[in-house]
Design a protein around this ligand. Structure first.
Ligand SMILES: [Zn+2]
Length: 374
């Protein structure tokens, strides 16, 4: 006696009663079942029978074996299938039908393989290569078919009736031929389980392709898998971004150190311990640069006073005045005095002050006009 396949009467049946026909320590055969056995690229269902875990379902000679983790000693049992997993399989499976149909319709590319994996679903397309534009186009078209909420019909037909249907390829079985039909779109011989409407697929996301022998293997996901995938990708990107930022920060710290080191060398060229006041005029240097030089110079020689200027030719003059710890002078006052002579403003502390003014001059002119120590 063949097992009656309740999943063909109702693909949404999650729980059922059945009589035990055969029970071994490994598996149980029932008179009827909602557990789908592995076939046609779709994995076998899992769930529970009379409290025992069903970890796989296989069909052998028309009898469906529920592989169990512990023996069941009962004449009738209640079966409960892992619905979340099964519905996911239904979504992926119908998604595959629609995707294969779309590739065939739009580009004439035939599907020659299908695998419903734990992570991704794959179809093998009989083409040597696929263009990114083709993938994008098919993704749009197939999702629009999903959104149209088309009905999905299933029907058992005889071999003689087959010619009435525009099948993409002839079925692999001769009797009990089951057709899965999306009217006006896809007619397919298939023994798997599918939702009753296309919208239940949710969304079809194409992921990547790889070359397998002479064909192209396309990975994709449907429904919640697509949502999960999106979350994972986001998390990955966030992690990569954090790592990039860390590397970037480390680099800019190194740069800053190298920058300071360079200024240190520069300062040592003119701080020789014999002068108590040093004045220097630069062209087109930033005030930040001048501040760093002043800081390093007065650290190098605590008895030193520095007056550093930068001239932006025919535009402005900026200045930084600073003193070492051993000098008792108010640099902000000194700076103010200087700035008054060129009509500028500034501020700062007793130890280091900075300021500037719009002032049309050149390094040469400024040096001869304003430097105290020439
Ligand atoms: Zn199918």
């Amino acid at each position: 006696m063949m097992t009656h396949k309740l999943y063909y009467d109702d693909a949404y049946l999650r729980e059922f009663e059945a009589n035990v026909i055969k029970a071994t320590s490994d598996y149980i055969v029932l008179d009827q079942t909602a557990f789908y056995p592995e076939g046609g690229g779709q994995p076998g269902d899992t769930g529970h029978l009379a409290g025992a875990e069903v970890y796989d379902t296989q069909e052998v000679d028309g009898k469906i074996r529920h592989y169990i983790s512990e023996p069941v000693d009962s004449e009738t049992v209640t079966g409960v299938i892992d619905w979340q997993r099964r519905f996911d399989h239904m979504q992926q499976h119908l998604g595959q039908h629609l995707l294969s149909a779309t590739f065939d319709d739009v580009y004439g590319y035939k599907t020659i393989g299908f695998h419903l994996g734990k992570e991704t679903v794959t179809v093998d397309l009989d083409v040597p290569s696929l263009q990114a534009e083709e993938l994008q186009h098919v993704e749009r078209v197939v999702n629009s078919i999903v959104f149209e909420n088309r009905n999905v019909e299933t029907r058992f037909v005889t071999k003689e009736e087959l010619h009435q249907y525009p099948l993409r390829k002839s079925p692999s079985v001769n009797e009990q031929i089951r057709l899965v039909i999306v009217p006006d779109y896809d007619y397919n011989g298939c023994g798997g389980t599918h939702p009753l409407t296309t919208s239940e697929v949710g969304i079809i996301k194409l992921l990547k392709t790889e070359k397998v022998r002479k064909s192209i293997r396309l990975h994709f996901v449907c429904g919640l898998r697509a949502v999960q995938r999106w979350n994972e990708e986001n998390k990955k990107m966030e992690e990569q971004f954090t790592e990039l930022r860390r590397v970037n920060e480390a680099r800019s710290n190194q740069l800053e150190q190298a920058h300071e080191q360079l200024h240190h060398y520069e300062v040592r060229e003119w701080v020789d311990g014999t002068h108590s006041v040093i004045e220097r005029v630069y062209e087109n240097r930033s005030i930040k640069d001048l501040q760093l030089l002043a800081k390093l110079a007065t650290q190098e020689q605590p008895t030193l006073t520095v007056r550093l200027f930068t001239v932006i030719p025919h535009d402005k003059v900026q200045a930084v005045f600073a003193r070492g710890n051993d000098v008792d002078q108010d640099m902000s006052n000194h700076l103010k005095d200087f700035l008054e002579t060129i009509g500028g403003k500034g501020g700062g502390q007793k130890q280091l002050a900075q300021g500037g003014a719009p002032y049309k001059t050149t390094v040469e002119q400024f040096t001869s006009d304003y430097l105290a120590t020439k």
